[in-house]
Design a protein around this ligand. Structure first.
Ligand code: P6P
Length: 339
């Protein structure tokens, strides 16, 4: 089947992310504008974090902060700074009930549903931050869920299957600062024009290539992978695949979104449940990949159908082009695992 063009390249108008969201909002009669205010706050946080990342080798913001986060990982100074920036940008948005961050053990309750909290925002403030010191791209990942005021606990409120997401995206701090966003009607790409301080729409309706012979995995752990994953990688090598692995999931998934292929973080003997966090890494990125025509699985389960039970739970991930993800799933089924 002929692939749809990978995207509609936007050259005619200058459309900022704010204008784009307002246009999208007009497609939903009765929209209150609360949602647009959240996306605008995330865009502001992204610009502020980008400024910090760009200057990270000039200011004392690199290296370890000296504490460990709930994941038991050493926090980088910029992890803490990025987390604070996002909290400050989102904190005054009256439509947000709960904020949850990779860096914080518990969610932050800003206001109860009865006080107007319609949404929950979850985020990984700086994914891949351990790569910062060597200039490797890092990213902010975010997702927006509806707040159900009838649910008492903040953790229970945010532990929703990924298919409930109403928006998700990431900001990639790389050679350029990019924002990729879906609100459930396809995937759009924005680039930060630093000369005017605005994220501008450059591609509308991104589509992932159906088939591309590239895999992205940390092969150093392959001896620890279940047999089905190892068999897929062995077959791929014989079938002329190339390998690309940056070690920052946002960068690896962004490349996969644009060029195709498959990103994998399988279970290992060291982390049998996988390493990638379900709620604020796997789910938002899976939503984007699916909205672009790709597939995203956790073992043999569609990632967006998994019902989370813990805020920081982890999952194995396989996401990318349909042909490649199907090949991984076939290998897992053949070797009887991945459940
Ligand atoms: P490894 C970064 O810490 C991260 O969570 C993802 O961004 C990245 O894909 C993964 O870990 C890299 O893990 O074990 O290959 O270093």
């Amino acid at each position: 089947m002929q692939d749809r063009p990978h995207a509609e390249i936007v050259r005619d108008n200058l459309t900022s992310i704010q204008a784009h969201i307002l246009q999208e909002e007009r497609r939903h009669p009765g929209a209150s504008g609360d949602f647009s205010m959240i996306i605008s706050a995330i865009s502001l946080a992204g610009k502020a974090i980008a400024a910090k990342v760009r200057r990270s080798n000039l200011e004392d913001v690199l290296g370890a902060f000296g504490t460990t986060n709930v994941q038991g990982e050493g926090q980088q100074k910029l992890d803490v700074i990025a987390n604070e920036i996002i909290m400050r940008c989102l904190g005054d948005r009256v439509s947000i009930a709960v904020l949850a961050s990779e860096e914080d053990e518990e969610p932050t309750i800003l206001r109860r549903g009865s006080e107007g909290g319609k949404y929950c925002v979850l985020f990984d403030p700086l994914d891949g931050s351990s790569n910062l010191d060597c200039g490797v791209p890092v990213g902010t990942i975010f997702t927006i869920l509806r707040n159900d005021p009838t649910i008492k606990g903040s953790v229970e409120t945010v532990c929703q299957p990924g298919r409930e997401q109403i928006a998700a995206g990431y900001i990639l701090y790389g050679s350029a600062t990019l924002m990729v966003l879906t609100t459930g009607s396809g995937v759009d790409l924005f680039v930060l024009d630093q000369s005017i301080g605005s994220f501008l729409l450059v591609k509308r309706g991104l589509r992932i290539p159906r088939n591309s012979k590239t895999y992205s995995v940390n092969e150093a752990y392959s001896a620890q992978f279940p047999a089905g994953y190892r068999a897929f990688l062995d077959a791929a090598k014989k079938d002329g695949y190339s390998s690309r692995y940056i070690g920052s999931m946002v960068a690896d998934v962004h490349r996969t979104l644009l060029n195709g292929g498959v990103f994998l973080y399988p279970p290992t003997t060291k982390q049998p449940g996988g390493k990638i966090r379900m709620l604020y890494e796997a789910n938002p990125l899976a939503f984007i990949i699916e909205q672009a025509g790709g597939m995203a699985y956790s073992g043999l389960h569609r990632t967006l159908d998994v019902r989370p039970t813990q805020l920081h739970q982890r999952t194995p991930v396989t996401m990318g082009s349909p042909e490649q993800v199907d090949a991984v799933l076939a290998s897992l089924r053949k070797h009887g695992e991945g459940a």
